[in-house]
Design a protein around this ligand. Sequence first.
Ligand code: ASP
Length: 437
Amino acid sequence: MKTKVLKFGGSSLADSGQFKKVSDIVKADPSRRFVVASAPGKRFDDDIKVTDLLYSCYEKARSGMDFDPVLSEIAGRFREIINELDIDFDIDPEIEAIKHNLNDYPSRSYAASRGEYLNSKILAAYLGYEFIDPYYCIHFNSDGTLDTKSTREDLSETLAPLTNAVIAGFYGSGPDGNIITFTRGGSDITGSLVAQAVGAELYENWTDVSGLLAGDPRIIDDPRVVEYISYRELRTLSYMGATVLHADALLPVNQAGIPVNIKNTNRPEDPGTMIVSDLPKERELHTITGVAGRKGLSVIQVEKMMVSDGAGFTAIILDVFKHYGVPFEQCLTGIDTVTVIIRSDYFKAMKYELLNAIEDQVHPDTLIVKENLAMIAVVGEADADYQGSTVCILGAISAAGIDLNTINQGAGSLNLIIGVEEKDYEKAVRAVYNSIL
Ligand code: ASP
């Protein structure tokens, strides 16, 4: 039997109108068998997500304040969906249970998880599908990391006999029987785990945009939607700030080679973005996949004459960063130079410790620090002429009168990371985008 796993985000399940769209989408294709649901999101700009209301309930409960009004607001949101869709579902005992549990033993994760728990139960009732509580099949270790092995086994075993089911997103349980959630937006991870566990042919991630944009719309007018992107390319763009899927959601589907289709619940006819292991060969329309970047970076450049003739110079420098627990973003090496790029907030907090330790350890000829930098990543694995594109991109930056600080180009395909001053960031992104897309 063909199997697709669908995950619907909060905005796709924010009210009864959205529930109807979700039902139409699910029922339109019999292979859409397993549905992962988020908690109700915002219905309009100033609205509050149910998860945020639940966090607020927890904060009040923890400090002994009355959380009843907030819980009633949450109950009201679910009641409205239930009534408008005429679903046979009694919300009152559920709300009473939450109230008791929060009074007796306020737990942040428990509180947050109730949005997904209730919304998925209601959606299951609406679709006529079985409800699966991930408490019993998504397991965390005592350090809060996911127990991938037992999760895969238990999810597979639970879902194998079922034709259809709705699985609550965002949470599971720890070894002590306590509820544990992923970080915000974590229902994406649940969807990915379910897709892996059932060996899905496709993971459809339904949201309120028609896919990943090839550039930041706050900087570029009307950027195009990316049709295909590889897991690796998406990892680079996400790392640089492009948001379309929770970063940890990529791993399970990537391991299983399951493509992910980002789709728009409000425009189901749009093809969206396909995230795949390898880009299709026939793709020729856009050889460059996308551009993303971020500000707030600092560069430390260490130079010492003749040091490249020996061994271990770079390792000694990187050990300094390790010693102070400062992660680095990039490390570029040249003849007798090592350039380390780190986040400015880390640098500011440890500036003198890092610089003194580098002085002590390697006695450099020069130690140059540049702050207020930005990085721009350009990816395009399918670009046959990636060298030509690199020349074109660098030419466009230069033609825009922007100074290049660093250039990092991986071997074999377009995976270019350019460092510019923060003040030039937007201009540089526009120059890059316009030169290649
Ligand atoms: N409801 C949670 C959040 O708002 C998880 C999710 O939607 O994926 O972050």
